[in-house]
Every structure is written in C-alpha cells, then in structure tokens.
Write a protein that binds this ligand. Structure first.
Ligand SMILES: NC(=O)C1=CN([C@@H]2O[C@H](COP(=O)(O)OP(=O)(O)OC[C@H]3O[C@@H](n4cnc5c(N)ncnc54)[C@H](OP(=O)(O)O)[C@@H]3O)[C@@H](O)[C@H]2O)C=CC1
Ligand SMILES: O=C(O)[C@@H]1CCC=N1
Length: 284
C-alpha cells in the first residue's frame, strides 16, 4: 500500500498523539485520509486547524475505515476505548499503541479476533521529525503490518526495533527523556543567568550547546566520555565544574531517575491489570 493511500485513525490527540500525527503527515500520509479524535470540541478544532485533518469525538466512526489505528490516550483510558471500538475495527487494521506500560497482549486480549498490534514508545520531538521510537510487534502482527507502521512513523524520526521486554526501560530513558533534557536546559539557562548573562542569551547558548553536543556524538559516533575528556583541559575550567556535578551526585541521580521511571511503568501496568506489563521492565 502506498503511503498516500493509508487511512489513519488517531485516537486521543493529546501531546503525544499530535506529535505522532505530525510525523505521519510528514511521512506522506494524506491529511484527507486522517481522522483524529478528541474528547473536547476546542481541542478537536485546534488539531483540525493546525494539521488540516478531520476530527471527531466519535472513536467508532474514526476506526471504521482505518488501516492504521493509533491508540494515544492515557494508559488508564485504554481498556474503555478498546471496548468501545473493538467491534468496529476492520479485520485488516493494525493497532499501534503508544501507551506506556501496556503490553501488546493487553490489546490482543481486549480486541476481537486476532488483531495485529504494534507497541511503540515514541517521544515528543517526533513533532519535528527528531524523535526516537522503540517498536515491538505483537504476536499477530506480520512483517507487512510492521512495515506499514514504520512507513507511517517515518516522519517522526528514528525508529528502532526492540524486544517487548525492553519497552519499559526504553520508555524510561527515551519516552520520558525529553523531560530530563528540558530540565537540564532550564538549569543551564538559569546557571548562565547566575553568572551574569541575560536570560535570552543564556537560553540561546544553552540550547545550542545541547543541540551541538548531541549532534557531535551522533555524527562522530564517539563515546560521550571521550568527548567530555576533550573538553576538559588539565587544571582548566571544565574540570572544576565537573567536580561539582560529581559531588552533587548528578550521574547517580540520572540512573535513579531512569530506574524510577521504569519501575513506575511496571507499577502502572500492574495497577491496570496487565500481568505481562508487570512482568517486564528488567533484563536482570
Ligand atoms: N507525553 C509523552 O511525552 C509521551 C506519552 N506517551 C503515551 O501517550 C499516551 C498519551 O499521553 P499524552 O499525550 O501525554 O496525554 P494527553 O492527556 O496529552 O493526551 C491524551 C488525549 O486523549 C484524549 N482522550 C482521552 N480519552 C479519550 C477518548 N475516549 N476519546 C478521544 N480522546 C480521548 C484526552 O482528552 P482530554 O484532553 O479531554 O483529557 C487527551 O487529549 C499515554 O498513553 C502515554 O503513556 C508515550 C510516550 C511519550
Ligand atoms: O510520563 C508518562 O507517563 C509518559 C510516558 C512516557 C512519557 N510520558
């Protein structure tokens, strides 16, 4: 199927749904072939105006002719949504879940027949084609189904296949990751203000420093620790700064933070009755 023929239903067009929608349109999905759902009329109007897609509050109508159905509501809202749309889902449709924690089997158990389910953990830079997504196929998803989902996600950024047991960890690192980077950016900008720069200049320097440093590693493939050493002159300024970060336990705090996000993913799945979700999350 050519990408401009793909009919896409985006169920729950909030922060992540809109970012994936933007990526799908960038990949070549035709706006006229997209129906995005939202509970509130003003949100539906905003999405329609920004992306030129059809919007509705009716999830059942949205899935009826869809080839790809993206479930982008909060994990706690997924079971009710599946019960609502299950009978209207075309047999050939591929269901893509971006819900943190919920296993593909959670969807397979709640939908009729043998639905093709693909679990994806994206992140919000998908909105500008700079995201990273971890993808795992469910037990009824064929290679063609996965290829279709990859084609739809092509405009969101990098997409990497992972075993489903890695999903909670991938989400804790990369799904939540933009928030960690924004936190660091905010702190760096504040630090620049503390040493006398205007907030505007400080933010500009901080943003470009993070962007450039990430690109340098991405383009050279150099290990971050080696790249850091090349900035750190003996007896110079950087070593003094890094000593403060080490003393404040910043590295250990990152490890704790990602572990906590991973554990919360597993706990959320257990709260929602997803035994498989609860069983995952660690490779140990
Ligand atoms: N935000 C992120 O960075 C990431 C989120 N995710 C996952 O994406 C999913 C969505 O998260 P996020 O976008 O942050 O949450 P949001 O609350 O921003 O988006 C969810 C949207 O779904 C709408 N909604 C809820 N129930 C229905 C329904 N029955 N029919 C139609 N629309 C409905 C909500 O409407 P209303 O506004 O009225 O509440 C809301 O707009 C979650 O499962 C999360 O785990 C995954 C990776 C990253
Ligand atoms: O905070 C959350 O639960 C979601 C999942 C990953 C990023 N945001």
């Amino acid at each position: 199927m050519s990408i401009d023929d793909v009919r896409l239903a985006m169920l729950g067009t909030g922060n992540m749904g809109e970012a994936v929608l933007a990526g799908a349109l960038r990949a070549g999905v035709a706006p006229g072939n997209v129906i995005a759902t939202a509970r509130r009329a003003e949100r539906a109007a905003e999405v329609a105006q920004r992306h030129g897609v059809r919007t509705t509050a009716d999830n059942v109508a949205a899935v009826r002719d869809a080839d790809v159905v993206v479930v982008a509501v909060k994990p706690k809202d997924v079971a009710r949504l599946l019960a609502e749309v299950g009978d209207a889902l075309p047999a050939h449709a591929v269901v893509v879940s971006v819900a943190a924690g919920l296993a593909t089997s959670y969807f397979e158990d709640r939908l009729p027949g043998k639905p093709a389910v693909v679990r994806v953990m994206p992140n919000t830079p998908a909105a500008i084609g700079a995201g990273t997504s971890a993808l795992s196929a469910g037990s009824h998803a064929s290679p063609d189904d996965v290829a279709l989902v990859r084609a739809v996600l092509a405009g969101t950024g990098d997409v990497v296949d992972v075993p489903e047991t890695y999903q909670a960890a991938a989400g804790a690192l990369a799904g939540s990751g933009p928030a960690y980077v924004f936190y660091v950016l905010d702190a760096m900008a504040e630090a620049g203000v503390a040493v006398g720069l205007s907030r505007e200049l400080s933010t500009r320097l901080a943003v470009q420093t993070v962007l450039g440093s990430a690109r340098l590693i991405a383009e050279t493939g150099e290990h971050p620790a080696l790249a850091r050493e090349r900035v750190t002159s003996p007896g110079g300024t950087t070593v003094e700064a890094l000593r403060r970060l080490d003393a404040a336990g910043v590295r250990a705090a990152f490890v704790d933070a990602v572990e906590a996000a991973r554990d919360r993913t597993v706990a959320m799945a257990a709260e929602l009755g997803d035994a498989n979700g609860a069983a995952e999350g660690s490779e140990r």
